[in-house]
Write a protein that binds this ligand. Sequence first.
Ligand code: NAP
Length: 475
Amino acid sequence: MLNHTKQYINGEWVNSTGTDTIEVINPATEEVVGKISSGTEEDVNRAVQAAKEAFPAFSKMSVNDRIKLLEAIAEEYEKRKDDLVNIMTAELGAPITKSEEIHYKMGLSHFKQAAEQLKTFKFTEEREKSYIQKEPIGVAGLITPWNFPTNQISTKLASALAAGCTMVVKPASQTPFAAVILAEILDKAGVPKGVFNLVNGSGSTVGEAISSHPDVDIVSFTGSGEVGSGLMKNAAEGIKNISLELGGKSPFVILKDADVKEAAKTALAQIAMNTGQVCSAATRMIVPAEMHDKFIEAMKELVPEFPVGDPQDKNTFMGPQVSKDQWETVQSYIKKGEKEGAKIVIGGPGRPDGIDKGFFSQITVFTNVKNDMTIAQEEIFGPVMSVITYKDLDEAIDIANDTIYGLAGYVFGNDKEELKKVALSIRAGQIRINNSETDRSAPFGGFKHSGIGREWGDYGIEEFLEPKAIMGMPL
Ligand code: NAP
């Protein structure tokens, strides 16, 4: 059992000022993985003080040295591959192959991307009447969720380091051990003391203390809208910058000329990936009415290609929900969908056949869904798909945009004009046409209730900078 009750503050692992601990549970076995400290407000104060003291020197570190630092972090990260892959399977329940192919690689990509981005990033600009310099905001408070334990932290911290900010990180209590390894990586890579601090503990204590601390200049948060809204109130009180990456209910528009099998396969992968615990997952399939029956048939045939079960098994595509609470939430949405008149055509409530322990759900597909039903409007964060039919493309676009969210959108088919029309009409921060490759230099973030601000690439670095305009600068 892992026992990690220290906090990483000012370049050292130190005892928490409190003695309470939080147990981390393996969601596949329901056994305890280990314990972390349930940090205190005093721990946060020490970490913020360290970050504040480190800021004047770190903010002046040359861009070249910051590139070297990010490259050194990426190198150390690669050395810890096995540890990272194994811990994300234990604490999140990510299937071992996905832990490596998705989680480990995503976490790494942000350090490499930020280093690349810095090579061309313009921190200064000469205009006719002014000189503009972009300066790091100051101390950043980074609060992250459990669904991608390394990726969620590394996207924020790589951007913050690239910008020249110092920081205090609070990872999710359900997946803190990947964050502990990240801290060890940063320490090994030579991040100067105080620049990066890690305080484990609950959102209500550690998260609140970070977001309301007067010396934290920006809060960058990924998580639920409810918590994000509370953090925004704290930011308002303290006149802080805030960036929020929140939920989604993303549409997947299938064009009439799409290959049904390919579309069905892509759709299933969308909801089964990370057990549906993906903020940008496509969960509303918007399908031509005449294609509906074929689409459902194709999915029924393809479901066995997405095996659910033991995360240690290399053939497993989908593991458990992260926790009992999350499993119960998913189950309650499945029951609500049935109650509101939607029809289950794949999966349903309860665990998959043959599994009697762990927080496993079934891949569940609803048809007869109206876009105003709860299952089509609220984020479920589980492997639950709503299939909604349309008659013409304008109706498909209206359904796609009939949501409070705007994180991502997907369009699948062949007609170039229609692909473009849908991509340009969906009101969301990131659109994917067919199975296009992810571009980590492009901005990621949401319209509407999906958030404020952007991560990844140069847009991610901009979040941690303040522009200063100088008029009359002798040049
Ligand atoms: P959450 O409950 O909002 O928690 C996220 C983080 O906030 C955790 O570290 C949590 O700590 C902390 N927290 C909780 N209460 C807090 C408070 N009062 N003050 C400060 N921090 C607090 O969300 P979640 O259940 O972990 O994640 C699921 C949600 O995140 C979904 O809605 C999903 O869509 C969204 N999400 C969005 C993105 C994106 O990029 N847009 C990515 C992933 C997830 P504890 O762990 O200790 O509770």
